[in-house]
Design a binder for this molecule. Structure first.
Ligand SMILES: Nc1ncnc2c1ncn2[C@@H]1O[C@H](COP(=O)(O)OP(=O)(O)O)[C@@H](O)[C@H]1O
Ligand SMILES: N[C@@H](CC(=O)OP(=O)(O)O)C(=O)O
Length: 416
C-alpha cells in the first residue's frame, strides 16, 4: 500500500481540492490519504482558542465567522451550494457545542480540542466531495486509531496500541482508499491530542511505518527538496535523491519542507519518502531513502527567523559546569523550549530558540539564579556542505552574534 499526504496549501481552495482529487484518482491503490487543515486554518484556530481561553466572546465570534466563511466559500465553489457538505455541518455543530462550554484551566488541552477541528473540517469537505465525484473512499477518524499520551500539543505515539488499531481499521476490505486527518491523535480516554505544529507529515510516516507501506509521498508546493527555501533564496536547486541521514539533518536544522519527526519511522523500516509537487505533477520530485555518501556537492542553506538568542551566566561568577547546565536545560524543558543552537564557554551558556508564548515567565525563572542577556528577532543560518563563498554570501555586512563551524556545517546567529 501507499500513503499520500496533502498539506494545507494543496487544499486552500476549491481548485486545490479538485487538483488533489485528480491526483488521488490517478493513484495506485490501496492508498491512505492524509490531509491537513485547509490553507492557514490552523493559525485561525489558534486565534480562536486563545479568545476562547480568555473568554473573549466577541473575538471568538469573529474568529469563528472567519473559519466558517472560509470553508463555506470552498463548499459553495465545489458543490454550487454552501450548505451541501453534511459532514462539515456535523463537525461545525460539534465545534459550536464545544465553544459553549467554559474552558478548563489547561490551555494546551483546550488547544488540542479546538485546533483539531481544522483537520476534521477539511477532511469532511473532501470526503463529501469525493462521494459526489465518484472517488470511492472511507473517511476514518484518526483519533480512534492513532493513540498517544496526554502531552497536549506535542503528544507521543503509543506505537503498540496504534499498530493494533490502525491495522484493523485500514484493512482495505471495505475500501481501496482511506481518507484521514494529519496532525491529530487521541488518548486512550478518547481525548483529542495533536502531534505538534506541521505534524501531518509525521502522521503520514506513522501510517507508512505501521502499514508497511511501499512508499510515502508528501505533496508540496515545491518541486521537491531544494538546497534552500525558494521563498527566501533565489536560484534554489532541486536535490534528486537524499539519504535518510541527510534529510534528518536538514529537517533537524529547520528546513521546513519536512517535519523533523517524519524520517525516523520510515528509516526504521526502509520505506522511501517522496517529496513531490502538487502543482507540477510530471516532476519526479525528491526521493529520500537508504544510501551512502552525500548527494550533491551544493551548499544547502537553512534559515530560521524570529529566533530568541539568550546568553545565561551564573550570578556568582562560577563556571558553567554540568550542574548549571542541568539546571538551565531543566528550565528550558519545563517551558518546552526547542533549542536550535547551543554553545557554552567558561562563564556563559548561549542558545537560539523559537519564541514561546510564556517568554516573560521563562526569562524571570532563569533570572532567579542567573544573569540573562537576550536578543529578539535574530536569524539562525545553517550552511551544510559550506564553502567560503557560501559563508561570505550569507554573512557579509551582517552582525554575527554567534557562530559554530564543524567539518560539514557552518552556523551563524545574525542580528535582524
Ligand atoms: N529546502 C527546502 N526545499 C523545499 N522547500 C522548502 C525548503 N525549505 C523550506 N521550504 C519551504 O517549505 C514549504 C513547504 O512546506 P510546508 O509549507 O510546511 O508544506 P505543507 O503545509 O504542505 O506541509 C515550501 O513552500 C518552501 O517554501
Ligand atoms: N494543520 C497543522 C498540521 C500540518 O502539518 O499542516 P501542513 O501540512 O499544512 O503543514 C499545522 O498547520 O500545523
Amino acid at each position: 500500500m501507499k500513503v499520500y499526504k496533502f498539506g494545507g496549501a494543496s487544499v486552500r481552495d476549491a481548485e486545490g481540492v479538485r487538483n488533489v482529487t485528480s491526483i488521488v484518482k490517478g493513484a495506485e491503490t490501496p492508498l491512505v490519504v492524509v490531509i491537513s487543515a485547509m490553507g492557514k486554518m490552523t493559525n485561525a484556530f489558534e486565534e480562536l482558542v486563545s479568545a476562547y481561553f480568555r473568554e473573549e466572546k466577541e473575538v471568538m465570534d469573529e474568529c469563528l465567522k472567519f473559519v466558517h466563511d472560509y470553508h463555506t466559500q470552498i463548499i459553495h465553489d465545489l458543490f454550487g451550494n454552501a450548505n451541501a457538505s453534511k459532514r462539515y455541518n456535523e463537525q461545525m455543530h460539534h465545534l459550536e457545542t464545544r465553544l459553549k462550554l467554559s474552558p478548563s484551566m489547561h490551555f494546551d488541552f483546550e488547544y488540542d480540542q479546538i485546533v483539531s477541528f481544522g483537520e476534521l473540517l477539511s477532511t469532511s469537505i473532501v470526503a463529501d466531495f469525493w462521494e459526489q465525484d465518484g472517488v470511492k473512499s472511507s473517511w476514518t477518524d484518526v483519533r480512534t486509531i492513532l493513540k498517544t499520551d496526554d502531552l497536549y500539543r506535542d503528544s507521543n505515539v503509543d506505537w503498540s496500541l496504534t499498530n493494533q488499531l490502525m491495522m484493523q481499521a485500514f484493512n482495505f476490505a471495505d475500501a481501496e482508499v482511506y481518507l484521514t486527518q494529519g496532525f491529530l491523535g487521541g488518548t486512550i480516554s478518547n481525548l483529542t491530542t495533536t502531534l505538534g505544529r506541521e505534524g501531518s507529515d509525521y502522521t503520514a510516516a506513522i501510517i507508512g511505518h505501521v502499514m508497511n507501506a511501499s512508499d510515502v509521498t508528501i505533496w508540496k508546493d515545491v518541486p521537491g527538496v531544494l538546497n534552500a527555501d525558494p521563498r527566501w533564496y533565489q536560484g534554489a536547486v532541486k536535490i534528486e535523491e537524499l539519504s535518510y541521514m541527510e534529510a534528518i539533518e536538514l529537517s533537524y536544522y529547520g528546513a521546513q519542507v519536512i517535519h523533523p519527526k517524519t524520517l525516523k519511522p520510515l528509516q526504521n523500516k526502509n520505506i522511501p519518502l517522496k517529496v513531490r509537487s502538487f502543482i507540477d505533477k510530471e516532476e519526479k520530485g525528491t526521493v529520500i531513502l537508504e544510501r551512502t555518501g552525500i548527494s550533491e556537492q551544493v551548499p544547502v542553506f537553512i534559515l530560521k527567523t524570529n529566533q530568541i538568542f539568550v546568553t545565561i551566566s551564573p550570578l556568582d561568577f562560577s563556571f558553567i559546569m554540568e550542574d548549571k547546565l542541568i539546571e538551565i536545560i531543566s528550565i528550558f524543558k519545563k517551558f518546552r523550549v526547542k533549542m536550535n543552537l547551543m554553545q557554552n564557554s567558561a562563564l556563559n551558556f548561549s542558545a537560539s530558540f523559537d519564541r514561546i508564548r510564556e517568554m516573560d515567565v521563562l526569562l524571570s525563572e532563569l533570572k532567579n539564579n542567573f544573569s540573562v542577556r537576550y536578543n529578539e528577532n535574530v536569524q539562525l543560518i545553517t550552511i551544510r556542505q559550506y564553502t567560503n563563498a557560501a559563508i561570505e554570501e550569507m554573512t557579509s555586512g551582517k552582525e554575527i552574534l554567534d557562530s559554530q563551524i564543524t567539518r560539514k556545517v557552518a552556523r551563524f546567529v545574525i542580528r535582524g
